[in-house]
Design a protein around this ligand. Structure first.
Ligand code: SME
Length: 164
């Protein structure tokens, strides 16, 4: 397996473009979801250095904290609660420009200012989301307002589809 992560310079798009094949290479040698989610969160965190990067896993009627990088975080989030639980319930990526403007945002860290949450579907399917099973969500928090945009959404959805 790849032991070293090459962290490129450049703009956001260029960083994602460089990261994608490296994440695909990680999957070649490991089929376990937790192991791959752990390496994906580390690779994303080292590349972008946001405040918090990690996964919550669907377990019964809750999300349970999974592999992550960053400060300690809330361990359980209910269906439809916070940004993570809402992304799970609605089966879609949610980009929050300013967490203070998202009713019900769960502040695991008072430093968090913006956030993106991307569902991980079992088969990597994003169409017919209501029929596809969500097994986890990827959550990334930033200490700045307005960090995440359509470029993050596009690439993070691709990254989550690799994991499924
Ligand atoms: N802010 C998230 C909770 C998870 S932490 O940010 C890591 C939410 O509102 O769902």
């Amino acid at each position: 397996m790849a032991e070293n992560l090459f962290i490129p310079g450049g703009n956001k798009e260029e960083k994602y473009q460089s990261l994608l094949p490296q994440l695909e290479a990680l999957l070649d040698s490991e089929a376990g979801f937790i192991a791959n989610a752990a390496n994906f969160s580390a690779a994303l965190h080292l590349t972008f250095r946001h405040l918090w990067t990690g996964f919550y896993m669907v377990k019964d009627d809750e999300l349970v904290l999974g592999p992550f990088q960053g400060p300690i975080a809330c361990t359980r989030i209910g269906y439809g609660k916070g940004v993570c639980g809402t992304a799970w319930k609605e089966g879609r990526t949610i980009t929050v420009h300013d967490v203070n403007e998202f009713p019900g945002h769960i502040a695991c860290s008072s430093l968090s200012r913006s956030e993106i949450v991307v569902p991980v579907f079992r088969c990597g399917v994003h169409e017919n989301a209501s029929e596809a099973e969500i097994i986890a969500v990827l959550d990334i928090d930033s200490a700045s307002v307005g960090t995440f945009d359509e470029t993050d959404k596009k690439f993070l959805e691709k990254i989550c589809s690799l994991l499924a």
